[in-house]
Design a protein around this ligand. Structure first.
Ligand SMILES: NC(=O)c1ccc[n+]([C@@H]2O[C@H](COP(=O)([O-])OP(=O)(O)OC[C@H]3O[C@@H](n4cnc5c(N)ncnc54)[C@H](O)[C@@H]3O)[C@@H](O)[C@H]2O)c1
Length: 414
């Protein structure tokens, strides 16, 4: 079998650390990375060296997408570029993997669906949580009717690492549309996925920067000496318990991709002071969704916490379910019974609780054997619609109807 000739747009943490590494190790017999595109060509060059490959390096996505020898493209650029990069790939009839979110606007998502229909190639929406063993099993149990009709779901994310979003581009809506889009789109998709054939109808949301602001600094600055601008040069980097040394270990992936040399090109430091940096998103918040059958769901996200876990709680007419991604455990308690059934699951190996390799293999199988993507652009659009509604609700302090953002009955969503 000949290898798939593939290019990656955006050679940062995700593009190199997950896809680059997987395609040069686990899937090396199926994939040849023949091109890397990044506005920072020093970073892309370092990525190639780190991965031990010699692809052509491009300083823009268009040059990679228009190459006739490239068959598939992985889009792992910042969120605000996903629509543009997906369209470039689709207009050139490539198979495309887009990491979440599909786009940062609902119109952007609909544009991608249209382009994908015209291209007729594989468009794979990168919702890796759908491949995590707990989520997969919860969805199967829901489909098999174990919980009966689901009428209430809760998704809770506690993410210690989420505080570092406030140290890089992720903290600004111009790049992400807001953290409910950047991060929450994962969980909104899981809620939609488990809920099944019903659709989200309206959203209310609250959130704020509660801690990651100057008043939240975890030390008392000396008079007249400002903290920041990044942890590397901050005069308080030995006193601050959140100080973050991006490239601490020489030869590590972050040392190769995010160092003084790469920062000379784009000024991109991943350890801007999370307290002093400007930001227009939240560090904690909650969104409430009503589905078109009256079922409700909540998604709570907290990025200032010592723990990291995702938990899901399901209520149905036949019983109660709980999924814990950290423990890889599911509990089911049938209604009207004292019975409690625990399932201890094996997540397998690989990043994101074993989910990434399963998703990457599924993407390759979709191209090679015509398998159906586990998530497509329509799924990506529903998730972004909820996330955009959440951001709008938070900003305007009102409930937002999904129908304000798109026509839920549109042919594009069928
Ligand atoms: N599914 C997951 O679990 C998961 C995890 C991490 C990141 N992601 C997604 O991956 C994407 C990248 O995130 P990351 O953490 O790797 O970010 P990053 O900052 O580490 O990397 C982004 C890269 O894109 C490059 N870039 C910026 N503008 C570009 C442009 N116009 N054209 C080409 N390249 C450009 C940057 O130079 C950088 O190298 C995001 O969309 C994020 O949502 C998904």
């Amino acid at each position: 079998m000949s290898k798939l000739r593939l290019g990656i747009i955006g050679t940062g943490g995700r593009g190199v650390g997950s896809f680059g590494q997987a395609f040069t190790t686990t899937f090396a017999d199926r994939v040849d990375i023949v091109g890397l595109a990044d506005t920072n060509t020093i970073r892309a060059g370092n990525a190639a060296k780190f991965l031990g490959i010699s692809p052509e390096i491009h300083d823009n996505a268009g040059d990679l997408a228009s190459r006739s020898d490239v068959e598939a493209i992985v889009v792992t650029s910042p969120d605000c570029f996903h629509e543009e990069h997906a369209l470039l790939a689709l207009q050139n009839n490539k198979h495309v993997f887009i990491d979440k979110p599909l786009a940062t606007t609902v119109d952007g998502c609909l544009n991608v669906i249209e382009a994908s229909r015209r291209a007729g190639t594989v468009l794979y929406m990168g919702f890796n949580l759908r491949h995590q063993v707990v989520v997969r099993r919860l969805r199967d149990m829901a489909r098999e009717g174990l919980f009966g009709d689901l009428f209430q779901l809760q998704a809770i994310e506690h993410y210690n690492g989420g505080r570092t979003y406030h140290s890089r581009w992720n903290r600004l809506k111009e790049f992400t549309g807001g953290l409910f889009i950047h991060k929450g789109s994962h969980d909104f998709d899981v809620l939609n996925y488990i809920m099944g054939d019903v659709r989200p109808a309206r959203v209310s949301c609250f959130g704020s920067v509660s801690t990651l602001k100057p008043e939240g600094l975890p030390f008392e600055p000396d008079p007249g000496i400002e903290p920041g601008p990044n942890c590397t040069v901050c005069p308080y980097n030995t006193r601050c318990r959140d100080a973050y040394a991006v490239n601490a270990s020489p030869g590590s992936i972050s040392d190769c991709l995010f160092n003084e040399e790469t920062a000379q090109i784009d000024g991109y430091y991943k350890n801007l002071c999370m307290y002093m940096s400007e930001k227009d998103t939240h560090d904690q918040g909650v969104a409430i969704i009503e589905y078109d059958n009256g079922a409700t769901a909540t998604h709570t996200e907290c990025f200032v916490t010592p723990i990291s876990n995702r938990q899901y709680f399901l209520e149905g007419t036949k019983g109660h379910g709980e999924g814990d991604l950290h423990a890889n455990q599911i509990t089911f308690e049938p209604r009207w019974s004292k019975e409690k059934i625990d399932y201890q699951l094996d997540p397998g190996t690989g990043s994101h609780g074993g989910a990434d390799p399963v998703m990457q293999q599924n993407f390759l199988d979709c191209i090679a054997a015509g398998d159906r993507p586990t998530a497509n652009a329509i799924d990506g659009t529903w998730s972004v619609a909820v996330a955009v509604a959440a951001e709008l609700s938070r900003a305007e302090r009102r409930m937002v109807e999904i129908s304000e953002l798109m026509d839920p009955g549109s042919d594009l969503l069928k």
